[in-house]
Each structure stands twice: as C-alpha cells, then as structure tokens.
Design a protein around this ligand. Structure first.
Ligand code: AGP
Length: 607
C-alpha cells in the first residue's frame, strides 16, 4: 500500500505534494519522492527512508514548479532504495503508482527485448516505459497513451502520470487501488485518499473502478478505460483530518479489519500459475525434495498462524511440521539438522525473540524461510528466503490483516510444497486456488456483519472472562480470538482445544462465562456440537460461529454468527473475522485504547 499525490495549478507544487505525502505516510514509509515540472524540465527528487529524508534532500535540491506528482512507498517489488523510490521515469514520462502489476515480469521482458533500459527493480517502471513508448509512437495525447497502456496491464493500480512536454495536464487511473481528485480554485489535486488534500480542499471526486481521469488546473474529466465519459458529482468531505486518515472508521483496527479482503487479494496477485494448479513463491527456490521437517518459529498472532500452517502443510504436502514459540525455541538447544527448514513468521520482521530464534537455527545449519509483511526488514534479511504478505502497513497494535494474509501465504506455501512432494493433485490444487480467489468476496460478506457482533459485544461486554473453543485448524483460531480480546479489552480470555474441555476447563463454566465456539461445517462438527451441549448443560452462554445454512446450531447456542462455506483449509481465514469484530466491539464498549492498548507495542524488539 503506497501513497500517491499530484498537483496542477498556480502555486508551488512541492510544498503541497510533501504536505500531502506527510498525511499519507501511514500508507507506507520506506522511501519517498517528487517529480515537478519547471521551465521545460521535470525534476525528480527521491530517496530511501521516511519523508523527512526527502524534505532534507529537497532543501539541497529544490524542485520549483506548479505541476508535480509525489509518492511515499510501501515496497512490494524491489527493496527500499533510492533507485526503487518513485516517481519512475522514462523519456518525457514520470509516474507514481500504488498497487501491484500482476504481469510485470512479462511486460518487463518485452520492453528489455525492445531495448528499454530499466533503472529499478520495481513493477511500476513498466508504466513509464510503456507510456513513453506510446507517446513516441504518436499517441494523440497523454490520455490516449495511458488508455492504450492500461489495456495491457493486469493487476491493482492507482497511477498519476506527468508528461514533460505538456505540464498543464496530468493523467490518473484507478483499478482496485484508491484514488480521489480534489477540486480547488484554479488548481486540482490527485491523491490516494482525502487525507492528503483536506488541508487544501474539501470538494472531492471519488474515482471508481476502471476509470481514467484527465486532470488540469480547471478540473477533471473522467472516462472509463474505453474512453466513455463518466459523470461524477463532487462530494464535500466533512471528516476531520484524523477521521480521514482512518478512512472514516473510528479506529485503525476497524479500518484494517475491513481492509482484509483487499489485503488478501493483493497477497494472491501474481502468485497463482497460469494453469491455476500451482503456486510461485516469487522466486523462492526451495529444494523441496531435501526438506525432511519444517519448524515454525514465531510469537503472538504469528505463532497462531504458524499452528494453522502446520495443519496445512502436513495435510497438503505430508511434510512433518513442528511449531515453537520463538522465545522458547531459542533457549531449548533445539535439535536441528540437515533437511530442516525453519520458517520464521513475523509481520514486522523485527520481533527480537523471532530474530534470535532464526539466529539459533542458522547456527545449527538450518535453512530459513521468512514470511513477513515488511520488505527487507531484519528477519527476512537474516533468512535464506523471504516470502511476503501484501497487507500494507498495519497500524493497529492488534494484528488483523497481517494474520489473514499470513494464512493466505501459508496456504500458498502448502500448495507449492504439496505439488512438489506429489501429495497434492493438480485437480485439488486447482480447487483450492479457485476458492482462494473467491475469498476476498466472502471475507467482505463477513466483515460487513459488524452490527450483529456489536449487539453481541454489548450483551457480553460486562463479562469478566471468555472461553474460546475450537478443534483442528479452529483451535489456533480459538487462541487468536482469545488473544485479540485480551490485548484490546483487557478482559481475561482463554483459547482451548474443544476436546480438552472435559480435562479441566469445564469447571469454569457457569452462566457468567461466555463461551465462543468455532463450529464450521467439517469433520469435527459433530464433536463440537457435543462440546456445545456440555457447556449449555452447565448454563454456559454459547456464541457459535457456524456455516451459513446450518439449521441445527441454533438449538445449541445462544448466539449464532453464520459465515460463508469454504474449503476446510480456508475456513480459518473466515472464522477469525467475527472474533476480530467481537473483540473490537467489546473493547469499544469498554472504551479502551484500541489502537494502542496499554503495555503493548506494535513490534516487540526487546526480550
Ligand atoms: C498481535 O495482535 C500482537 N500484537 C502480537 O502478538 C504480535 O503478533 C507479536 O508480537 C508478533 O509480532 P510479529 O508478527 O511482528 O513478529
């Protein structure tokens, strides 16, 4: 997730661009840059690191001019560096981009074969070369050139394009990534979202899917990608700047819960083979035949996703898997040998316990695969291989979209491994990948069910404790639901394997203890129903998460949250969503500091 801005008008562009990028840093902050037209020349100034570094560089290399574009980056393709920072340029064209181009490798190869000289590792540079070539080939204008290029690019993008030969006009386009146009007096703005322009104008055009915008100081003309005009009435934004940064949501956590369908879609982009029965791990070239055992090391929520990964890999690839808390692994003098692949999962890529566990495993000769959300963070840099989730920056301390994108990454890894150990058929892989592609819509369906969870949260918000129960792959989800509730509402909660109830926890059950039970359709369903009955027989209050169409569960539960059906391997990605929302609304009911809960940090870089 990156932040893009553009300005054309009569004022100096750079201060306006930088001011907009500062508001968009929450979307990404590993590098930043601007391109400003002045006196026939487009000057590009960019650098690695936070926006402050760019501001410092601009003091030494000023960029005067009244037309410009800018970008703050969250790297997905190409490590954070000066060269990979946007804007990217080819000939007279400069471009900034938020999104992921799915067919960038094929387009890059075609352009290199045609003599294009690339200066970065990014997918974005493709746009600059293609649009420059279209202009050189005689496109009538920039809008026509961009339209022709968009017909060839697949994936998610929001772009703004500047042409050195015509500084009066910028062209922007949207496909899946957000884009807005701000209308001023004799000046026009373009940005990823309204936070970047609210200080200058509250009159906004929201650009929709598949739309292309020709922007001048007089305003904006919108068409679809085929050139058909699109009418759009400006909206007047009443949000405060802070509300806007949260996309109108009350907290980052709620915004990020709702971002999950997009994050999952982004994590899938470019990784499912053309035959739809195999997975590419972005160049991670594991010697699968030599893998004797896989050991996951992680902390917190990432540990819970590792527990799901264990089920997935053992089921689909039949490779033995162990899961260890990183803080335990690093001190237990683990027996590691050749053929062990240690997989370190870390959203931040900076968790010290996980980093030290990786160091310990490396010392003992294991190969390391890092699964992280932050490109080039410490743990992926320590590892032999890195495979990234594309959740975008996760601001809320309680991890949500990082977790579900980790589950997607683990499913992709398990399919990749299973196809190579020959334990997963092409047909089954095709089914699973087809279901993965349907997940974003099913997730959207669930996260829109917040009203029901809000009502349940009010009913049980006074409770002094919660129990979460699940079997199989739902047991790690029970652990994750309990962690979410604990860390943001400060109510004690425990996640337990449902089959363990009779070995002790059942003594806790009474009318004051809400019990959340994960009971989706599947092999454990009947057993979970009997666990539900045990709870209700002791006056426990049951909140069940079940599969839509389950007409039986209502007889065994006080509240039922129904979610869409899916392949058993993918159910955890859906069942966790109501638990995220439940913990959020209980915490909101209690008025705790949801985005920055007491005693917690987003990345635990201490022991
Ligand atoms: C998740 O909600 C917690 N904030 C915490 O458990 C977190 O998952 C843990 O600290 C691991 O962080 P990492 O994924 O960045 O390594």
């Amino acid at each position: 997730m990156c932040g893009i801005v553009g300005y054309v008008g009569t004022r100096q562009a750079t201060p306006l661009l930088v001011g907009g990028l500062r508001k968009l840093e929450y979307r990404g902050y590993d590098s930043a840059g601007v391109a400003v037209w002045n006196d026939g020349v487009t000057r590009v100034v960019r650098c690695r690191g936070k926006l402050a570094n760019l501001e410092e560089k601009l003091l030494k290399e000023p960029a005067p001019g009244t037309t410009g574009i800018g970008h703050t980056r969250w790297a997905t393709h190409g490590r954070p560096s000066d060269e990979n920072a946007h804007p990217h340029r080819s000939g007279s064209i400069t471009v900034v981009h938020n999104g992921i181009i799915e067919n960038h490798l094929a387009l890059r190869q075609e352009l290199v074969a045609a003599g294009a000289k690339f200066t970065s590792e990014t997918d974005t540079e493709i746009f600059a070369h293609l649009i420059d070539r279209a202009m050189t080939a005689g496109a009538a204008d920039l809008t026509t050139a961009v339209r022709g290029v968009l017909a060839r690019v697949h994936g998610a993008f929001a772009i703004v394009v500047l042409n050195e030969k015509d500084p009066t006009t910028m062209v922007a386009a949207k496909n899946s990534s957000p884009l807005v146009v701000g209308l001023g007096e004799g000046e026009t703005f373009v940005a990823s979202d309204v936070t970047a322009i609210l200080a200058e104008t509250r009159k906004v055009l929201f650009i929709e899917e598949g739309e292309l915008v020709t922007v001048t100081a007089k305003g904006a003309v919108i068409t679809d990608f085929e050139g058909r005009p699109r009418q759009r009435e400006p909206k007047t934004i009443t949000w405060s700047a802070l509300q806007a940064e949260k996309g109108g949501f009350k907290h980052y956590m709620l915004k990020e819960i709702h971002e999950q369908p997009r994050s999952v879609a982004d994590t899938l982009v470019g990784r499912i083979g053309a035959e739809q029965d195999d997975v590419s791990l972005d160049g991670v070239n594991l010697d699968v035949a030599s893998i004797r055992r896989i050991i996951f090391v992680a902390c917190g929520t990432s540990y819970h996703s590792s527990l799901v990964g264990e089920f997935l890999i053992e089921s689909l690839a039949r490779i033995p898997v162990e899961v260890d808390l990183a803080s335990e692994f690093r001190y237990r003098d683990p027996i590691i040998g050749p053929g062990d692949l240690v997989v370190a999962i870390s959203q931040s890529g900076e968790t010290l316990d996980t980093m030290e566990a990786v160091r310990e495993a490396k010392k003992k000769g294991a190969k390391i695969l890092a699964i992280s959300n932050v490109l080039e963070s410490s743990i992926p840099r320590l590892a032999d291989y890195a495979f990234y989730t594309h959740a975008g920056p996760e601001i809320g301390v309680a991890s949500t979209k990082a977790f579900t994108t980790q589950l997607v990454a683990l499913t992709l890894l398990a399919i990749h491994l299973g196809r190579r150990t020959k334990k997963l058929s092409s047909e089954r892989a095709r089914e699973l990948l087809g279901e993965l592609l349907q997940l974003p819509n099913k997730m959207r369906d669930v996260v829109e069910s917040g009203a029901q969870l809000q009502a349940i949260a009010r009913r049980y918000g006074h409770a002094e404790g919660f129990l979460f129960l699940g079997r199989g792959t739902q047991y790690p989800i029970a652990l994750e639901g309990a962690l979410k509730l604990k860390e943001i509402s400060y109510i004690h909660a425990e996640g337990y394997a449902a089959g363990e109830m009779k070995h002790g926890p059942i003594a806790l059950i009474d009318e004051d203890l809400p019990v959340v039970v994960l009971a989706p359709r599947g092999t454990h369903y009947e057993k979970v129903i009997s666990n539900l009955a045990e709870v209700r027989a002791r006056q426990g209050k049951v909140i069940a998460v079940a599969t839509r169409g389950d007409s039986n569960i209502g007889n065994s539960a006080d509240d039922v949250i129904l979610i869409p059906d899916s392949a058993p391997e993918l159910q955890p990605i859906l069942t966790v969503l109501p638990l995220q929302l439940l913990s959020y609304y209980v915490a909101d009911f209690k008025g705790t500091d949801i985005d920055q809960p007491r005693n917690l940090a987003k990345s635990v870089t201490v022991e």
